[in-house]
Design a protein around this ligand. Structure first.
Ligand code: SF4
Length: 287
């Protein structure tokens, strides 16, 4: 007979296993990439070092991303949200840790978002999973043939991406969805190393919103890719080619973010999002 969870623990919605909030690394949360002894970055310099050491090892990179504590304000916020939760998710444990990149390990498409949502990725542990924004992007990826199912409800729900990967420019949920410039810059090495690890297969980066667009351009520059001058401006449907030394160029494509602010108001519609993913496939063919 299974013993009831301790009071501080709540059952995972899919597995029923009890977890504290935030979830300790390597304790059985579905898709948790970390182990109890995964090295923890506590400063910006640690992020640079630990991301660099994991270069070329995507699984280790994801693990190290998922335990990072380099931004004090964001660590405090994500853990406070995890500890208090939201009434509509009462009884659920919250991940409460950085949300690592997720999806195909050799993708042709990398979707770049801003940061996890407090009650979305910060609750489920998977990027864009568990909120309305995720319904939009995963629905579109499914219609484009890149996702095995249209819904992404929780880590461990069986969803797989084929040819696509999703990462956030900032890996921790920020208050009011607004990371500071210092937090953006502190987190950037995680994105740099992730893009470096997949650049052999990468053909198109899709930036959701201006923040992700700028983060992708900055990442490209740091990786030594050639960014056109003047700097390409973000827009829905904007596209620019980024030259890579010794490799085929990578396209950067822009889309309005799948935030409720955009989807509720009709600024972004499903046909618009589908068209952007259609453009991504066309750009891929044009390389
Ligand atoms: S935002 Fe990035 S660098 Fe800062 S604590 Fe989270 S994972 Fe670490």
């Amino acid at each position: 007979m299974t013993s009831p969870p301790a009071p501080a623990e709540q059952p995972h919605p899919i597995t029923g296993e009890p977890f504290a909030s935030p979830v300790p690394p390597g304790t059985g949360w579905p898709e948790d990439p970390a182990a109890p002894d995964t090295p923890v970055a506590r400063t910006a310099a640690d992020v640079v070092r630990l991301a660099g050491e994991a270069a070329g090892d995507l699984a280790e990179l994801e693990a190290r991303q998922s335990v990072c504590r380099a931004c004090p304000r964001l660590v405090a916020w994500r853990e406070e949200v995890a500890a208090t939760g939201r009434r509509s998710y009462a009884g659920q444990p919250y991940w409460g840790r950085p949300v690592p990149g997720w999806g195909d390990a050799a993708p042709w498409l990398l979707v770049v978002g801003l940061a996890p949502a407090a009650h979305g990725g910060n609750r489920t542990g998977r990027v864009f999973t568990g909120d309305r924004s995720g319904d939009w992007i995963f629905g579109a990826l499914h219609r484009a043939g890149l996702g095995g199912q249209a819904e992404s409800v929780h880590a461990g729900d069986g969803l797989k991406l084929d040819g696509a990967r999703i990462a956030a420019a900032v890996r921790c949920a920020p208050p009011a969805n607004k990371p500071t410039p210092l937090e953006r810059d502190t987190c950037a090495p995680w994105l740099d190393r992730e893009v470096r690890a997949i650049e052999g297969s990468l053909e198109v980066m899709l930036a959701l919103g201006a923040f992700a667009w700028d983060a992708a351009l900055a990442c490209a520059r740091r990786l030594g890719w050639t960014v056109p001058a003047p700097r390409p401006r973000f827009g829905h449907g904007a596209a620019t080619s980024l030259a890579r030394p010794g490799g085929a160029p990578v396209w950067l494509l822009g889309s309005y973010h799948v935030s409720q602010q955009n989807t509720f108001t009709g600024k972004l519609t499903e046909p618009m999002l589908d068209a952007v993913l259609g453009s991504a496939a066309e750009l891929r063919r044009s390389r």
